[in-house]
Design a binder for this molecule. Structure first.
Ligand code: NOJ
Length: 729
């Protein structure tokens, strides 16, 4: 049953009764795994120990979990020391940041969200879990379920974009995929929705910054993906670095205890982010290290990552009575119960099988899945004059710093990818061309990611002149997104823009391939290119997946999970913003909510994306003019494929609440469905809308519906479609 670690394992209470305070506190500490091949470059040093010391701590019963090391052989040795050489023989949890693939790398989560296929994310998470557990892991710090409404924030790459309904669907799917049907299975990977909470709402999109947020936005926008992940059975939650209206998330009693434990009845464990308890001092929320420990633990944080603060200060806090023994026992009980739930007391060597590790080192099925996931994540923004798909016999110039690159394929937070199998764009395109035709593909870098190269632009221009079409591979270096990677301008590096302008001036049609970890503000020749494909960071199979789309073996079916603005200065820009009192009108009159330079719109809205056939939508129809407060309404539109090839269409249901006790968003996604449409096919696509889906945090502070008038759209994006009105009684 999801979310259930009961019936309580009797071994937990037996152990608890035998534990010293030091051993109890030991279970609440997680440390960098310096024993196994380790990924140290992702976290700053904090009380880092050496391998010998780590094993000594395990032997002394002072370690509950280790993280970011891998390998089944050494993992067995760590576990052997825990089980055979520590006094109580409690196994350790072995954890890591396995975010979008282990050996086989899948698209970054934001990219995969563009598929609008949660079932796909469930499959890639399952494959990830199979590989991660084979490498000796029990636990991943994923999925990131932060809603990212500001594209300057680099960690939007790790989540599912700006929308709560889409984000919740992906959060739940990823948890199901990681954990599988049976938590005790050797290939089940414990999931950790993070970062609790509102981490995506940091001011100015600057990572780690403060968060000022209304109760309504917190509850209606940022919390639902966590609830969805927990309802899907996640047994761990990671706290966020940021404060929320002045109270750090990692010491937030109202959220960690009041909401998570008491209201939501979360039975699993709460782990800090890396040294988040220590950081309470830098926040100015705790006097000193001891006070930070007291506040974090007291708020409901069970396990402390890397600071060593719990080990250093909890015993004295218990001794003084500032932390009751019962509270310590409760936290230890949760950690031990999670260990019991995943079967570690029955088989501490679960997921530590070197034979399975070598059998799983390369799985063809996972590679095929990575290719399919990658091509399903690609979004075609524009395709003027049907320049795509490309003819295989066309003279193609592949230009740009990403053309042959394999260092910027995996995207942020890939610690253990098998780099030897990464497929660059050039390799993918060549593999898709008939053997004799390879001469028709000319490849030129033009510039490096951020700098000019001697004669680069001239060579690119010459190649463009010889070609019938230029495929221009541009984008953000991969280190522009991920943790601590915030940008003020979400544009391409200037040297790449200069390359695009020079190549465009040849007049040869341009197909732009964007590689990106966030929505970008497109400018000049890039914005005006004949075709634009958003390819995010697609992972191991990048080259093949892009070739599948370029040559039309796959009709693109991705849709934007984030709005592409006209300009960086519009951030935070998201489609479901509250209405203003002076909405922009087409006549652009002066005193309206718009910018001097740009309208208050997206260049490409949330939900937008094209395939290789035109799809038309009829007006939205609703089944009844009135819906009861506990009722259901049907909403539909006739959707028609007017082209000559089959496509996949993402049909989206949006709603707008015309009058509310709090100002309501201009539109909100309520549901979506990806369907295959044959050439010439017309179909009524129907959604059931429950009245409960119209609920929000009202002015009285309660979550519920309000009677009144609504509009519904069945549409291909957040700004398209013809609405139908209805009334909630
Ligand atoms: C800090 C990051 O915020 C978090 O997402 C990650 O899981 C931890 N470091 C552990 O590496």
């Amino acid at each position: 049953m999801p979310n259930d670690v009961k019936p309580a394992d009797p071994r937990v209470e037996t152990l608890l009764a035998r534990m010293t305070v030091e051993e109890k506190v030991g279970q609440l500490g997680m440390f960098a795994d310096m024993v196994r091949p380790f990924a140290p470059d992702v976290n700053p040093e904090a009380n880092v120990r050496n391998a010998g010391e780590v094993l000594e701590q395990v032997r002394a019963g002072r370690v509950g979990a280790l993280f970011n090391g891998v390998g089944a052989v050494q993992g067995r040795e760590i576990q052997r020391v825990a089980v055979e050489e520590s006094r109580l023989g409690i196994p350790v949890l072995l954890a890591a940041d396995v975010i979008h693939g282990m050996r086989t790398v899948f698209p970054i989560p934001l990219g995969e969200a563009a598929s609008f296929e949660p079932a796909l994310a469930e499959r890639t998470a399952r494959a990830t879990a199979v590989e991660a557990t084979a490498a000796g892991l029990h636990w991943t710090f994923a999925p990131a379920v932060d809603i990212a409404r500001d594209q300057r924030w680099g960690r939007g790459a790790e989540g599912a974009g700006e929308d709560t309904v889409l984000g919740s669907a992906f959060a739940a799917a990823r948890v199901r995929g990681f954990q599988g049907g049976d938590l005790r299975a050797a290939d089940s990977l414990l999931a950790t929705p993070k970062h609790f909470v509102a981490y995506g709402a940091v001011a100015a999109g600057m990572d780690y910054n403060y968060v000022e947020i209304s109760e309504g936005t917190l509850h209606d926008v940022h919390l639902p993906p966590f609830k969805a992940a927990l309802d899907a059975g996640a047994l761990a939650v990671m706290t966020a670095f940021n404060d929320i209206n002045g109270v750090p998330a990692s010491a937030n009693h109202a959220l960690l205890t009041g909401l998570l434990r008491e209201q939501w009845q979360f039975p699993g464990l709460v782990v800090s982010d890396y040294t988040a308890d220590m950081e309470l001092v830098a926040h100015g929320y705790a006097e000193d290290d001891r006070d930070a420990t007291r506040r974090a633990f007291g708020a409901g944080m069970d396990m402390s990552m890397q600071s060593g603060f719990y080990a250093a200060h909890l015993p004295a806090l218990v001794e003084s009575g500032e932390v009751p023994m019962a509270a310590l026992d409760e936290a230890v009980r949760r950690v031990l119960s999670v260990k019991a739930a995943i079967g570690l007391f029955d088989d501490p060597y679960r997921s530590l099988d070197p034979a399975r590790e070598s059998d799983t080192s390369h799985l063809a099925a996972h590679e095929a899945l990575a290719r399919d996931a990658a091509r399903r994540s690609i979004v075609l923004l524009r395709n003027e004059g049907g320049v795509l798909p490309l003819r295989r016999d066309a003279r193609i110039a592949l230009v740009g710093p990403f053309a042959r690159d394999t260092d910027n394929i995996e995207g942020c937070w890939t610690l253990f990818g098998d780099r030897s199998r990464y497929v660059a764009l050039e390799a993918g395109l060549r593999a898709a061309l008939p053997a004799g035709a390879t001469a028709s593909l000319e490849v030129v870098d033009g510039c490096s990611m951020e700098e000019a190269i001697d004669g680069g632009i001239e060579a690119a221009v010459a190649a463009a002149r010889r070609a019938e079409v230029v495929v221009l591979a541009l984008g953000e270096p991969q280190r522009y997104s991920g943790e601590a990677q915030s940008r003020t301008r979400i544009t391409l590096p200037p040297v790449q823009q200069a390359l695009a302008e020079a190549v465009a001036a040849t007049g040869t049609p341009l197909v732009v391939l964007l590689r990106n970890g966030r929505a970008l503000a497109l400018e000049g020749a890039v914005r005006d290119a004949a075709a634009i494909l958003v390819t995010w960071f697609l992972g191991s199979q990048t080259g093949h997946a892009v070739a599948d789309v370029l040559f039309g073996d796959y009709s693109p079916s991705g849709r934007l999970p984030v709005s592409f603005p006209h300009d960086s200065g519009q951030q935070p820009f998201f489609y479901n913003h509250p209405r203003t009192g002076r909405p922009e009108t087409p006549d652009m009159s002066e005193f309206k909510a718009r910018w001097r330079e740009y309208p208050n719109t997206a260049l490409y809205p949330f939900g937008h994306g094209l395939g290789y056939a035109p799809v038309e939508y009829g007006p939205t129809v609703v089944s009844a003019p009135v819906i009861a407060p506990d009722g259901v309404l049907e909403a539909w539109a006739t959707v028609s494929n007017r082209g000559t090839r089959a496509v996949e269409e993402v049909v989206q249901l949006y709603v707008h609440d015309r009058v509310g006790s709090r100002v309501r968003p201009v539109r909100e996604l309520k549901d979506f469905r990806k369907i295959v449409m044959q050439p010439g096919e017309s179909r009524e696509v129907r959604f059931h809308l429950q009245a409960a889906q119209l609920a929000f945090t009202r002015a009285d502070g309660r979550f519920g519906v309000e009677p009144g008038r609504f509009d519904a759209w069945v549409a291909p994006s957040a700004t398209a479609g013809t609405p139908a009105g209805f009334t909630l009684a």
